[in-house]
Design a protein around this ligand. Structure first.
Ligand code: AMP
Length: 283
């Protein structure tokens, strides 16, 4: 049995714990999370373990990526259960700062991202989001100086934004993407799935089914626009309010009109009752 993970809650405690981990030149992988951990997060931890000697998981619900009307206050916080799950995965260090440790009084800097961050997907509906994500991820990278950082493809635009930022700002971190973990009925695992009522939970996998149907039609030679229209109908027919269902170039996230214009990624965001879900698949 290895020892349980060290939990650091202040920057000096983090520094000490990292210095200990890095003895004998051990490489470090970071897995940033907002906690409420599910098997999707744990799959990132397992990938991180294959990529580095030591694994650090940050658990921090980042206020700057939520708009005032969003769910920062009610976001599930389950630290005890999270720590037990991370101990079972033999994680070395949990970085769990409070908001004051992360954003001390007088904090007044922000990382501005362009390119994939202004692709007209999440940024159209959550204009504050990538500024908050980029700033906190930039801070996490500076605090932990990881060799590798693992992010889920579940948040596909975020993965593209963070990958680009790490390169553009010479952060010296290799960003690695991990596949989306799903429930048996296809619903992408998400900390927000706990918001769904029983009836909504039954309808929620429609998002994934609709994307699969769009992919099937595109592969069968149907036009992208007509395929997306059919998918949108399935989604709204199940009672969702659709924010977007789009086909984009999988690397640049540029709009795409034809299959020959490059690898296609389908991306969707929709609200079911009060819960906003996002998902994406390759065609
Ligand atoms: P979050 O705690 O929601 O901020 O997510 C932390 C990390 O876990 C992000 O890199 C997400 O993309 C990733 N993640 C969330 N859900 C899943 C999932 N179902 N499968 C794989 N990775 C996920």
């Amino acid at each position: 049995m290895s020892s349980p993970p060290v939990v650091a809650r202040t920057i000096p405690a983090l520094r000490r714990a990292l210095a200990e981990l890095r003895r004998r030149n051990a490489s470090v992988a970071l897995v940033p999370t907002m906690g409420a951990l599910h098997d999707g997060h744990l799959s990132l931890v397992r990938l991180a373990k294959r990529r580095a000697d030591k694994v650090v998981v940050s658990v921090f619900v980042n206020p700057t990526q939520f708009a005032p009307h969003e769910d920062f206050g009610s976001y599930p916080r389950t630290f005890k259960a999270d720590a037990a799950k991370l101990a079972a995965e033999n994680v070395d260090l949990i970085w769990n700062p409070d908001v004051k440790a992360m954003y001390p009084e007088g904090f007044s800097s922000r990382i501005i991202t362009e390119g994939p961050a202004v692709a007209g997907l999440e940024d159209r509906f959550r204009p504050h989001f990538f500024g908050g994500v980029a700033t906190v991820v930039g801070k996490l990278f500076n605090q932990c100086r990881p060799d590798v950082a693992v992010f889920g493809s579940k948040d596909f635009q975020q993965l593209r934004v963070v990958t680009r930022m790490a390169v553009d700002l010479d952060m010296g971190v290799k960003v690695v993407g991990a596949p989306t973990m799903r429930e048996r009925d296809g619903l992408a695992m998400s900390s927000r799935n706990v918001y769904l009522s029983d009836e909504e939970r039954v309808l929620a996998p429609t998002l994934y089914r609709a994307m699969k149907e769009v992919a099937r039609r595109i592969k069968a030679g149907k036009s992208i626009d007509a395929s997306l229209a059919a998918g949108a109908e399935l989604i709204t027919g199940a009672g969702f309010v659709l924010d977007y269902l789009e086909a984009r170039h999988a690397e640049s996230l540029a709009p795409i009109k034809s299959r020959k214009d490059g690898p296609i990624r389908l991306l969707v965001a929709a609200k079911l009752g009060k819960t906003r879900l996002i998902d994406n698949i390759a065609v």
